[in-house]
Write a protein that binds this ligand. Sequence first.
Ligand code: BG6
Length: 489
Amino acid sequence: NTVKPDTLPKAENGAPSEITLDNFEDLSAISKNDDSTHFTIFGYARSKMTDAELRHMVSKTLTCRIDKRENCSEKMEEFLKRCFYHSGQYDSEENFMELDKKLKQHEGSRVSNRLFYLSIPPNIFLDVVKCASKSASSMNGWTRVIVEKPFGRDSESSAALTRGLKQYLVEDQIFRIDHYLGKELVENLSVLRFSNLVFEPLWSRQYIRNVQLIFSEDFGTEGRGGYFDGYGIIRDIMQNHLLQILALFAMETPISLEAEDIRNEKVKVLRSMKPLQLEDVVMGQYKSHTKGGMTYPGYTDDKTVPKDSVTPTFAAAALFINNARWDGVPFLMKAGKALHTKRAEIRVQFRHVPGNLYKGSFGTDLDRATNELVIRVQPDEAIYLKINNKIPGLGMRLDRSNLNLHYAARYSKEIPDAYERLLLDAIEGERRLFIRSDELDAAWSLFTPLLKELEEKRIAPELYPYGSRGPVGAHYLAAKYNVRWGDLS
Ligand code: BG6
């Protein structure tokens, strides 16, 4: 991604000034006017591969979503021509120097901006960042690094990783990606809340009974057991994806939509929460199940998973935010693999209507009469509000109905993938949807004591059949706080 040299601040001798950590921010502004025709993608890994082989590999999953009037195959061909490959070791400065040389050939005399995307295990992050920053960072544009989770396993390892990264990069060069923040409906959370008068006044303990953050997948850890066993569902989904949604949901109104203002508010929410207690968590692990003549394997049937593994593939937890807005409101999280369905949603259950005139119409089950706002993040994106309505007719019978915003029916445009949005943001230097290091520290402090206790005591998870609704313990946990899971009622 390159810009023309004459747009750069000039040093006294007229040459582009050297880019230091202090002025690279000015340069990111320049990148917005860049010339995107000078753009290349390099794959870098240890395996040997030619450019043609890489292009072939990419072409197998490349899709085309341009205006149908344009020629897709031409566009794809054009894209593939920009893809190259360089084989090298992760800890070899020499190999990164070779990469630098190739990059320079493509950049020519233009100013270059370089974005490194590290989709690698955390134990080699530092080697790569060291080599890339020493031998392959841009000399006249910006250099940024996107890092994928897991950012460590607990507070200590995450802090060590951050310290390590900061030897070579400043915080503004580091883009910690959490792809759930790039999902359309998660981005929309603030719009829904802050641009509609009907929601924001209700957004507190005064009207909200509980909030549920639900993630479920209808497949197991197939093929990823080796990685997963070292992390478990709490680190894989709750500590990042669900907690990030919670922070966005519960934050106070930021003073602006600027990245720092939003991240300041998110971090305050995380710091207002108390670390998760063992008694507020239920863990499960899926076991083999036969249905319709098919046998689905259990988690420990995976050859890369130890037979006696106690790693949870399901967890439910109750968290609380100790501030004036949310005091006493349970935020229930539930995340699991190999469940009956694939779904990610936020459910907001409102309080009972005081002195409800229609109380009699709901029998003894008053909970069924409360409003519920559902934000379905995926699949089939939707926002709907459950309300009580009179069934048309001469009598007075009430019914629960949905005010429904169904994205597929309302919007004809395809929803971009979370990674599309986030990659573009990183290129444009937009940090709003990336995790700052203090957010990360706060997130780990909520889960680290529990994770340590679980590992020390080797607490066995409750087994649940593949394809089921998960362990029954999740219901007891919710019932302890007078909650009923909205996705099961
Ligand atoms: C990843 C987790 O971060 O998110 C995976 O490591 C999970 O275990 C995935 O399957 C889910 O992402 P999505 O976008 O498919 O819901």
